[in-house]
Design a protein. Structure first.
Length: 267
């Protein structure tokens, strides 16, 4: 075999690998986009068991679980499972979040629906979509309105870590704004921005779905771990057993469609 022929064959092999890689990425991207409808349908009705803890989630597509392999593997589903394990009580989830939501959507659409409920826990994950077209003045006003309207004891994430350029600078400012705005309203702020930043740049390859925007299963576990730190400080935290005294698992429709494994356990 001549060198030129060997080189041509090697180049053809690289091209085939590139095409295969792009094809696989495109297929995963389609699944992420289809996941928007799948998660919306899943959370369109309460999930879990009534008669115990009521957990209400507000927010955007991350709260919906977009990017995860199944809706219950999003951070809301993981938190529901951990609540069940650490309290021994039934947990029902009412997920009022919606894909594409911004802070104003929480104020105008989600909070009015929350007012009709009496939840034991409320979590809020919002702001990522606002940062795509960040307006500091508007953001300050919206965050002031949001933090004033949320019930005391709500667990709210500050802002995601966006890694790149001005988007990350805006995210850092937004995180600080929410934290300051939450002071005096009895809210529990989750330092999500710092938690994601500590994962480092390698997270881009290991913790994101194919659209490089939504977290994948591993990424949602990082979000859930960050939120869990806030939940332990919330009023419902008084009902948590030590990790060594977790209740034995029993069927819970909100979460048991996903096989149990140690990776879903939070500290």
């Amino acid at each position: 075999m001549t060198r030129s022929l060997a080189g041509d064959l090697a180049l053809d092999g690289l091209r085939l690998l590139a095409v295969a890689g792009l094809t696989l990425w495109a297929a995963k991207l389609v699944r992420v986009r289809r996941g928007v409808d799948r998660t919306r349908r899943y959370w369109s009705t309460p999930q879990g068991e009534p008669g115990g803890l009521l957990y209400v989630a507000l927010g955007d597509s991350t709260a919906q679980g977009v990017g995860a392999s199944r809706p219950e593997r999003g951070y809301v589903g993981l938190l529901a499972q951990q609540l069940r394990n650490r309290t021994g009580e039934a947990v029902q989830v009412v997920n009022l979040s919606s894909s594409g939501a911004r802070v104003d959507d929480v104020l105008t659409c989600q909070l009015p629906r929350l007012a009709a409920l009496r939840p034991d826990l409320v979590t809020v994950g919002i702001g990522g979509n606002d940062l795509l077209t960040y307006d500091p003045a508007a953001y300050v006003q919206q965050m002031a309105a949001l933090t004033a309207a949320l019930p005391a004891g709500t667990v709210v994430a500050d802002a995601p870590y966006l890694m790149h350029g001005h988007w990350e600078r805006d995210a850092r400012r937004a995180a600080d704004l929410l934290t300051r705005s939450a002071e005096g309203h009895g809210l529990i702020v989750v330092p999500l921005h710092d938690a994601l930043r500590k994962e480092g740049w390698s997270a881009m390859a290991t913790q994101f779905a194919a659209d490089f925007f939504h977290p994948n299963d591993r990424g949602h576990r990082v979000w859930a771990k960050a939120f869990w730190g806030g939940i332990r400080k919330a009023p419902v935290g008084a009902r948590l057993r030590p990790a060594s005294e977790e209740a034995p698992p029993r069927p819970n429709p909100a979460v048991t469609a996903a096989p149990s494994d140690d990776r879903t356990q939070l500290p």
